[in-house]
Ligand binder design. Structure first.
Ligand code: GDP
Ligand code: MG
Length: 425
């Protein structure tokens, strides 16, 4: 059984929360893309955790976690994240965590380049998390990146790294008029943070292939949502990797296997971190109230998230791109304060009303068409069965299902593990 848990929207849908819940039925959890620009907040009996790099299954001792070849890994950040979990009494040994030998290392100069480029862009910046993600993926495709497996062959690595640092220094000095990169510093960093990880590095592709063939249940965890996918998202305000479910077997290392199930995590309203078109965006008091109600501040950066009502064109597109078989609808409880619930039902583009999600300059010109649905205006966080939900909440769920053309299987009504309902078919 191979299942992907993906984001239908711009990210921060509550994927970590759903992986934490659903991983109870899985043997292995794999992160298949992205780096520490992600932030998954998980609240369970062990406490509250923010995971940036580690798969969310790490909080269950019996689950094996894999960081796939599609990832980019900042070793220093990973050391900090593992340390914080250990401090909280959670084991993160090589029996709990396997790191792909083909995953790429995000180096300190990638972070630095990310900052230099955002500064250079000024007002036209991408709103990067400045964690080096775009530069390191760029280098991967330039074939100038270092992979985890190279840490196991230090002599060969040293030689290759020399050439790469020389090349990268040309960009730093020539393009940004910055200092050249100090090889010894990079090498020392790799020694400090790379050496302790050696026991974790292996051919995770073989491990997962064998696990899948032995009938073990594998969960693929996405980092950001469909609208941040490098190909299908709001380019260039996307992430630099493929966030979609179809990429999960590739980024995890088992392209010879097919997904059995794709669960799309969809938020009951919209949020977006950083720059880029966000057609349904709300402003002023209305936005402040929703942001406060939902606690919408970035888990990775603490930045206030931009907020808006549920966006039908964007979510319907997200469901299609994710190939979602079913949906986990999250943060329904957050809307309880509203007497009537705004929904962006369509876009108006150049005078034409459409439910299609446009890309490029057309998206910049799109205006939200907003309608209101009746609110339930009471606490639903204790609801555990469909019958417990007020009629208006049931109608909101049915409305969303119809609009995005996919059935909603789970409804999350709180951040804690047990605060959810399963809807029967
Ligand atoms: P991810 O990046 O998709 O894993 O999502 P984040 O963790 O960045 O953001 C989701 C936030 O909402 C986290 O703080 C979760 O603890 C919280 N959360 C998840 N589901 C629910 C829910 O149903 N209700 C409420 N109130 N909070 C939720
Ligand atoms: Mg997040």
């Amino acid at each position: 059984m191979l299942t992907a848990i993906t984001g239908i929207n711009w990210g921060d849908e509550g994927k970590g929360r759903m992986v934490d819940l659903l991983s109870q039925d899985y043997d292995v959890v794999v992160r298949y893309q992205g780096g520490n620009n992600a932030g998954h907040t998980v609240v369970n009996d062990k406490g509250k955790f923010i995971l940036n790099l580690l798969p969310s299954g790490i909080l269950r001792g019996e689950v094996t976690n894999v960081m796939g070849n599609g990832m980019v890994i900042d070793l220093e950040h990973l050391a900090g994240e593992m340390g914080r979990l250990r401090d909280a009494g959670i084991e993160v040994g090589p029996q709990h965590l396997k790191i792909s030998d083909k995953a790429v290392i995000c180096l300190p100069y990638h972070r630095q380049q990310d900052c230099l480029e955002e500064e250079r862009l000024g007002d036209a910046r991408y709103g990067s998390t400045r964690r080096g993600i775009a530069p390191v993926y760029g280098d991967k495709y330039m074939k100038k990146a270092i992979r985890m497996g190279e840490l196991l062959e230090p002599e060969a690595l040293k030689e290759r790294l020399r050439g790469i640092v020389e090349w990268k220094s040309l960009t730093f000095t020539g393009v940004y008029h910055a200092q050249p990169i100090d090889f010894d510093q990079v090498w020392a960093w790799l020694e400090t943070y790379g050496a302790p990880l050696r026991p974790y590095i292996c051919d995770t592709s073989r491990y997962l292939d064998e696990a899948a063939k032995a009938g073990r249940k594998i969960l693929f965890e996405a980092q950001l949502g469909a609208l941040r996918d490098i190909d299908f998202g709001i380019y260039p305000y996307t992430s630099s990797s493929s966030t979609i479910g179809a990429y999960a077997p590739v980024g995890a290392g088992v392209p010879n296997h097919k997904l059995d199930l794709s669960v799309g995590v969809m938020k009951a309203y919209s949020t977006c971190v950083g720059e880029g078109p966000f057609v349904c965006e709300m402003f002023g008091d209305e936005a402040d109230r929703l942001r406060e109600a939902g606690g919408e501040y970035g888990a990775a950066t603490g930045r206030p998230r931009r907020v808006g009502p549920f966006d039908v064109p964007a979510s319907r597109y997200g469901v299609r791109m994710q190939g979602a078989d079913q949906i986990a609808l999250t943060k329904m409880d957050v809307l309880s304060y509203l007497e009537k619930i705004p929904v962006c039902v369509a876009y108006q583009v150049d005078g034409v009303i459409t439910e299609e999600f446009p890309t490029g300059a057309k998206l910049d010109r799109a205006k939200a068409v907003v309608e209101y649905l009746p609110g339930w205006h009471c606490d639903i966080s204790k609801c555990r069965r469909w019958e417990d939900l007020p009629k208006e909440a049931q109608e909101y769920i049915r409305y969303l299902e119809k609009k995005v053309q996919c059935s909603i299987k789970y409804v999350s009504v709180g951040a804690a593990r047990e605060e959810y309902l399963v809807l029967e078919d």
